[in-house]
Write a protein that binds this ligand. Structure first.
Ligand code: IMP
Length: 188
């Protein structure tokens, strides 16, 4: 079985390869552009992307989309996470949250997989809080300002500890469960 991982980020392909190393699934990096529709829901973006790619004749592929949703900002930056990170960055989000005491937020990661004629869409979530200041040197993006336990930021955690609770780790676990349910696992 071979799946095309459609992304501009080679790091993601590596992550899929690692996760599915013992499944006998070959992950191939593919750059195929598709529209990211304007909506506040990651699932809608992924669903529309999958429909567009399927209607162009593509089969056996994976796409994904993630973002950070802050409760007090009504879910912002959400689907705009990448743009907000590139423009105002963590300092901009901390500024928006300066006088806000309600600090709840969540990361979400939505993965869409077209495999063997089946379409599987899963969303992994990780709840936590926005810290008062950026902490830690690890990770990327919003990692320094997000904490899953109110103590350490994602940027202060070793990667395997982050993956054990992260939105992406949870999405991988859900995807594997669904593929096993469909009888598409080589391992059991
Ligand atoms: P993508 O869809 O996985 O490329 O994620 C979109 C944006 O969300 C990224 O550019 C990051 O700013 C942010 N993001 C997604 N996942 C994470 C994470 O695990 N840590 C920090 N930021 C993240």
């Amino acid at each position: 079985m071979r799946l095309k991982v459609i992304t501009s980020n080679p790091g993601k392909v590596e992550e899929f390869r690692r996760e599915f190393a013992d499944w006998g699934v070959e992950m191939e990096h593919a750059h195929i552009p598709y529209d990211e529709i304007q909506t506040s829901e990651l699932e809608e973006v992924v669903k529309a992307g999958m429909e567009e790619l399927r209607s162009s004749g593509l089969r056996d592929f994976i796409i994904d989309d993630s973002g950070m949703f802050v409760d007090a900002l009504k879910g912002f930056p959400g689907v705009y996470s990448s743009y907000v990170q590139k423009t105002v960055g963590n300092a901009g989000v901390l500024r928006l949250m300066e006088d806000v005491s309600e600090r709840g937020a969540e990361f979400r990661c939505c993965i869409g997989c077209d495999i063997d004629g089946e379409t599987v869409i899963v969303t992994g979530v990780c709840r936590g809080t926005i810290l008062r200041e950026a902490r830690g040197d690890g990770g990327f993006g919003y990692d320094p300002i997000f904490s899953p336990d109110g103590e350490r930021s994602f940027a202060e955690m070793p990667l395997d500890e982050k993956n054990a609770v992260s939105h992406r780790g949870n999405a991988f676990r859900l995807l594997k469960d669904r593929l096993r349910d469909l009888g598409l696992s080589d391992t059991d």
